[in-house]
Design a binder for this molecule. Structure first.
Ligand SMILES: *Cc1c(COP(=O)(O)O)cnc(C)c1O
Length: 413
C-alpha cells in the first residue's frame, strides 16, 4: 500500500496544534477517539495507537522473560507498527518475501526475521535467503529439499501438527505441521543435508482461550527432542507459537497467566529448558486499534420483526474477515448522543455478498435511535483487520489505517 496517502477531512487542524492531554498508555480508546474527533477521517477507517502496540509488546516480553518474542507480522503489517516494534527490540515471524521487505524497510535486521510459513515456493526461499533471513520452518520433505538447495546451512525448525487439546476460537485446523515421527525424520534429514536443525515449533490456534492448550503440544515437542538426540541430532530451540487471546466481548486469561502456563509446561516436559521463542500477533496489536464505521442503512424486514438490520460501511471484505462464523465478536459502540434505550440488531456489511453478514447469532444491541449517517466504533480491532481487507471487492477500497503516537498522526500510509 506504499505510496497511498489516505485523505483527512478538510479543515482539520495541523498536527502541531493538537495537544495530547491524555495518558500515554492507559487511555487507548480515548486517544483513538480524540484523534477521530479531531481529524474526522472518512469512514470506514482503522486507527492504531502505536504507543499501545509498544506497551503490549513490552508487557508480553516481560511476562515471557527469557523468550525471544517474534511478532507475527500478518496480524498488522503497517509500516509504523513495524518501525515501533523494531525500535522496541522485537523480532519478527514473516510469511513471505513481501513481509520480509516490510520488516527490512522498517529497520529490522535480517537476523531478527524468522520465516515461519511452511508453504514456500523455491523463489520465496531464494529471495528470503538473499535478503539475509537464516531461520526457516518446514513441515514437508519437498520444502526441506528446496531449503537445502537454496538456503545452505540455514537454521531449520519443524512445525508439529497440534491435533489434541482444546480448539481455539480461530483454529488452524490440520493445515500446518506434521506428526512427531515425521518431524524427527525431517530434522535428521536436515542435519544430513547440511542444514542446521534447531528445533520444533507449533501453534495451538489463534485466540486460544485455554492456557493449558500448550501442555499437550510441549509434551509432543519434548518427545521429538529426545528422539532426535538419540539419533545424534541434538535440538536447542522450542517455538511455542502465538495464540494468546483477548477478551473482546467475553473474557480471556491475562498475558501473565499464559506465560506462567506455557513456562510450566516447558519445565514439566523438558529436563533441560531449551532456547524459547514465542510468536504473538493478536496480543500485540488488537487492543491498539479501533475501527470507526458509518451506519449506511437501518431497516426491518417486516414491521413486526423485533430485530433491526444495521448495515455498516465496513464488513467481511474490507476489514472484518474474522467475523466469519462470528468467531471474533468485537465490542461495538454507538458514538455520540444516543438514547439510552437499545434493542436487538443483526449487523451486516456493505457488499452485495450474502456472506457479508457480521452477526446474526451473536446477540448485539444498539440504540433504538440509531440512524443512517451515525457512526459506531469497533474496539480492539488492531489485529487481522486491515491486513485481511480486499483491494476492491464491489468497488469498496481497502480499509484505511491511520497510526497515531502521543495523540498525533504519525502515518497515513
Ligand atoms: C499467525 C501466526 C502467529 C500469531 O498468532 P496469534 O494468534 O495472532 O498470536 C504466530 N506464528 C505463526 C506461525 C503464525 O502463522
Amino acid at each position: 500500500m506504499s505510496g497511498l496517502t489516505w485523505p483527512l477531512a478538510d479543515g482539520r487542524p495541523e498536527p502541531s496544534t493538537i495537544t495530547p492531554t491524555l495518558d500515554r498508555v492507559n487511555d487507548t480508546v480515548a486517544r483513538l477517539r480524540h484523534f477521530l474527533d479531531t481529524y474526522r477521517p472518512p469512514t470506514p477507517c482503522l486507527v492504531v495507537d502505536v504507543d499501545t502496540v509498544v506497551d503490549r509488546y513490552t508487557r508480553l516480553a516481560s511476562a515471557f522473560a527469557g523468550y525471544r518474542v517474534q511478532y507475527a507480522v500478518k496480524a498488522n503489517p503497517h509500516p509504523a507498527v513495524l518501525r515501533a516494534l523494531t525500535a522496541a527490540g522485537a523480532a519478527f515471524d514473516v510469511a513471505s518475501p513481501g513481509e520480509i521487505d516490510l520488516c527490512l524497510a522498517a529497520g529490522a535486521a535480517p537476523t531478527s526475521l524468522s520465516y515461519g510459513n511452511t508453504i514456500k515456493k523455491p523463489t520465496d526461499i531464494a529471495r528470503a535467503f538473499a535478503a539475509g533471513v537464516r531461520e526457516y520452518t518446514v513441515d514437508a520433505r519437498s520444502d526441506l529439499d528446496n531449503l537445502a538447495r537454496l538456503a545452505p546451512g540455514a537454521e531449520v525448525s519443524v512445525r508439529l501438527l497440534v491435533e489434541d487439546g482444546p480448539d481455539s476460537v480461530t483454529p488452524f485446523g490440520h493445515k500446518f505441521g506434521c506428526c512427531a515421527e515425521d518431524a524427527v525424520r525431517l530434522l535428521v534429514l536436515a542435519s544430513e543435508r547440511g542444514l542446521d536443525p534447531v528445533g520444533v515449533s507449533f501453534h495451538v490456534g489463534s485466540q486460544q482461550l485455554d492456557p493449558e492448550a500448550w501442555d499437550v503440544a510441549v509434551a509432543e515437542a519434548a518427545k521429538v527432542f529426545t528422539a532426535t538426540a538419540e539419533r545424534g541430532v541434538p535440538l536447542r530451540r522450542l517455538n511455542v507459537g502465538g495464540g494468546f487471546g483477548l477478551p473482546y466481548t467475553g473474557a480471556a486469561p491475562s498475558t501473565e497467566t499464559y506465560a506462567e502456563a506455557v513456562t510450566a509446561a516447558v519445565r514439566a516436559h523438558f529436563p533441560t529448558v531449551p532456547e524459547l521463542v514465542c510468536e504473538p500477533g493478536r496480543a500485540v496489536v488488537a487492543e491498539a486499534g479501533l475501527i470507526r464505521s458509518e451506519v449506511v442503512v437501518v431497516s426491518r424486514k417486516r414491521p413486526t420483526d423485533p430485530h433491526r438490520w444495521v448495515f455498516l460501511d465496513v464488513g467481511r471484505y474490507n476489514g472484518l474477515a474474522e467475523t466469519e462464523n462470528e468467531a471474533i465478536a468485537y465490542r461495538i459502540e454507538a458514538v455520540g448522543d444516543q438514547s439510552s434505550e437499545d434493542g436487538p440488531v443483526i449487523i451486516a456489511g456493505p457488499t452485495c455478498d450474502g456472506d457479508d453478514v457480521l452477526y446474526q447469532r451473536t446477540p448485539y444491541r444498539l440504540p433504538l435511535s440509531l440512524r443512517a449517517g451515525d457512526v459506531v466504533d469497533l474496539l480492539d480491532a488492531g489485529a487481522y483487520t486491515a491486513s485481511y481487507s480486499s483491494v476492491a471487492f464491489n468497488g469498496i477500497e481497502p480499509l484505511r489505517t491511520y497510526c497515531i503516537s502521543e495523540g498525533r498522526l504519525i502515518s497515513a500510509e
